[in-house]
Design a protein around this ligand. Structure first.
Ligand code: PTT
Ligand code: SF4
Length: 622
């Protein structure tokens, strides 16, 4: 197979390596390409790079599982620097689950190593003839045969790659679910990190790409190394001193289980209810007594991956989303059993949110006798079987592996009413029967129902206005989308120091300036977020054309039509008219029209006039 070398040479940009690696698996060729300073300044990195590349280069209507689709692995200017929580990258593509823009964020040594190999992002197109993996070792790039890795679970495949390329290498992999094109297959790394919920694993599988391995030994170029070192030292120290640090180290994201139960927002029985009678069995407090070790991403002193022994004596790394989606959503209240399902998802390369939602959906469909499947609530053995069937796309798994939206359409009989998704992506673990702001966040998330961009639920509940639909909620959603979906996804660094410990956001413009030499402010970084949001929206609209409508920004039907029957919010449900007005307020504030499409004036203000002209070929802009 093709092996090429590239010369690092002198990069005129500071903070960025200034290079993309382009790999065409059909031709077996790779080439390193320099990008312009304008591209770096306008789109910064990570999600910003990804959406611009997809917008410019992906022909609308491309089959997400066809060779022409692109998959992009993009770091940002902060990735891999000795700064808190900087071991992240974005994996993006056109989604086979939703048909729209998609990405995920993963923390892994692979991110740091990619930057240290002198490259900022890898763009993969084509389809290899047989199972392959990409190896980047400093200045050498090679597409290698992966026949002996194909079919292996992600843990076994990663162990083999580490054996071949050393423990310091970093790998991104798919499991059997990606190989078999399950649309809810994600990309995994380090036995418990995952990124790319909307089917990024299936895109890799469709390209016969089992893994990418990165190893690099040079520090990324930065403008002011001394200042950066000082900032790094001070900020790691500040994180250690935060009031919430001790509790965070004990429970990490798992503290949210009890909090959601208390506030009636813990999704239970496929989001029928917001409280779970057996929540104690899966809570952070229960987990604390079971933790055997903690794991995390590189460059992090908050290590949030809590590992426990599962019901079969194996290690399983837990997070809130994993536990709730494979616990209360499916009616299972035993943490060690939940951990077994979680470990299976990591091995098989299935997104735990998509998988838990698919199982909960199947349990309800079975209860309603819409499918011929004997699967009751909390049925652990049945859930195990179904997970395996989804990963291998066989039996009922072949339908459920398409995601709940497509599965419901295939099953019929009203099943769409209880498919808990937006734009085809399953909701993360927050029940919104009485959280209009969080429902708006799910509705307008740029990839489908993910909490990653605007997790406003904590603010919404703490301000005591769960039942109101006032414009402040739209403001809050936009504010969070700018910070989380724009800034963090483009600088590419973990948001947890800020959102979980109250680490000051003003650190980030300082890091950016020390790394790149470019003075910036939070407001400028938020404007970047708005540009990215408008372009992602343009991508969706270009793909969907006449099928696009504001209804695509609606949360699941269940939250409007079926009140919860117990807990503190008993009898509650969302109000469709009020939600629709809140959505309009959101559009108005963003400068989008009543179809949810950015206006010409908005595109111009965001320096997207050329992109607006392209979009006009598909839809008339206001
Ligand atoms: C993320 C989504 C989440 S969000 C979780 S737990 W979470 C689930 N994790 C999965 C998993 O594990 N295994 C698996 N097979 N599937 C999984 N699916 C689910 O995927 C993650 C942390 C977490 S834990 C969160 S919130 C934060 N997310 C960040 C983000 O999105 N951006 C950012 N700049 N910083 C973030 N920090 C936090 O990172 P997706 P990770 Mg993840 C095992 O990928 O597609 O975005 O979906 O990355 O390295 O595992 O760290 O309560
Ligand atoms: Fe990774 Fe958790 Fe650290 Fe964030 S806080 S960098 S997700 S280990």
């Amino acid at each position: 197979m093709d092996k090429v070398s590239f010369n690092i040479g002198v990069c005129l940009l500071k903070g960025w390596n200034g290079r993309l690696l382009r790999v065409d698996l059909t031709k077996g060729k790779s080439v390193v390409q320099e990008y312009s300073e304008g591209f770096a300044r306008r789109f910064v990195g990570g999600r910003g790079f990804a959406v611009k590349l997809l917008w410019d280069e992906l022909r609308p209507g491309t089959d997400p599982l066809g060779p022409e689709n692109m998959i992009i692995y993009a770091t940002g200017p902060l990735t891999g620097l000795i700064l808190p929580n900087s071991g992240k990258m974005v994996i993006a593509s056109k989604s086979p689950l939703t048909g729209g823009y998609a990405d995920g964020n993963i923390g892994t040594q692979a991110s740091v190593n990619l930057r240290r190999s002198g490259i900022d992002a890898v763009v993969v197109t084509g389809r290899a003839e047989g199972p392959s993996y990409l190896l980047v070792e400093d200045e050498e790039v090679e597409i290698r045969d992966a026949t002996d890795l194909w079919g292996l679970d992600s843990f076994k495949a990663e162990a083999k790659l580490k054996e071949a390329h050393g423990r310091a290498s970093g790998a991104l992999l798919i499991g059997p679910s990606g190989e078999n094109l399950a649309r809810i297959a994600t990309v995994v790394s380090q036995e418990g990190r995952a990124g790319g919920r909307p089917g990024m694993g299936a895109v890799m599988g469709s390209k016969n790409l089992k893994a990418l391995v990165f190893y690099g030994t040079r520090d990324p170029p930065v403008a002011d190394p001394a200042r950066l070192k000082e900032l790094g030292r001070e900020s790691f120290q500040e994180i250690l001193g935060k009031d919430r640090y001790g509790f965070w180290k004990r429970q990490g994201t798992m503290a949210t289980v009890e909090w959601c139960q208390e506030h009636g927002t813990l999704p239970t029985y496929n989001y029928r209810e917001g409280v779970f009678d057996e929540f104690d069995g899966i809570s952070g407090t229960t987990m604390e007594k079971m933790v055997i070790k903690q794991k995390g991403c590189p460059n992090c002193n908050m290590t949030c991956g809590n590992v426990i022994e599962d019901s079969e004596g194996r290690e399983s790394e837990l997070d809130y989303e994993n536990v709730v989606m494979l616990g209360s959503v499916i009616g299972l209240g035993d943490l060690r059993k939940v951990a077994t399902l979680n470990r299976m998802c990591d091995e098989l390369g299935l997104d735990t949110i998509g998988a838990g939602s698919a199982i909960g959906f199947a349990m309800e469909a079975s209860e309603k006798r819409l499918i011929d499947l004997d699967l009751g609530w909390g049925d652990f053995e049945g859930a195990k079987r179904l997970l395996t069937d989804i990963a291998y796309m066989r039996g009922h798994g072949a339908t459920l592996g398409l995601g709940t939206k497509a599965a419901a359409e295939r099953i019929g009989g009203g099943a769409s009413d209880f498919a808990i998704q937006v734009k085809g992506l399953e909701c993360s673990a927050y029940d919104c029967h009485l959280c209009p702001g969080m429902a708006l966040s799910f509705g307008t998330s740029p990839i489908g129902a993910h909490h990653k961009d605007a997790w406003v639920i904590s603010w919404e509940i703490s301000t005591g206005r769960r039942t109101e639909y006032n414009p402040e909620k739209a403001d809050k959603v936009i504010e969070f989308q700018r910070i989380r979906g724009g800034m963090f996804e483009s600088l590419v660094t973990c948001r947890f120091p800020w959102i979980e410990l109250g680490f000051d956001l003003e650190w980030y413009p300082k890091y950016f300036e020390a790394a790149t030499g470019v003075r910036t402010s939070l407001d400028e970084l938020y404007a970047l977020g708005d540009r990215i949001y408008a372009l992602i929206r343009a991508f969706w609209v270009r793909e969907f054309g006449g099928r696009w409508s504001r209804q695509m920004d609606y949360p699941p039907k269940r939250w409007f039509d079926e009140p919860v029957t117990k807990g503190p919010l008993k009898g509650s449900h969302l109000d469709l008219d009020k939600y629709d007005k809140l959505l309009q307020t959101y559009y108005d504030k963003r400068g989008w029209d009543d179809r949810g499409i950015p206006t010409k004036a908005t595109m111009k203000k965001l320096q997207l006039s050329q992109e607006a002209a392209e979009l006009e070929k598909y839809v008339k802009l206001n």
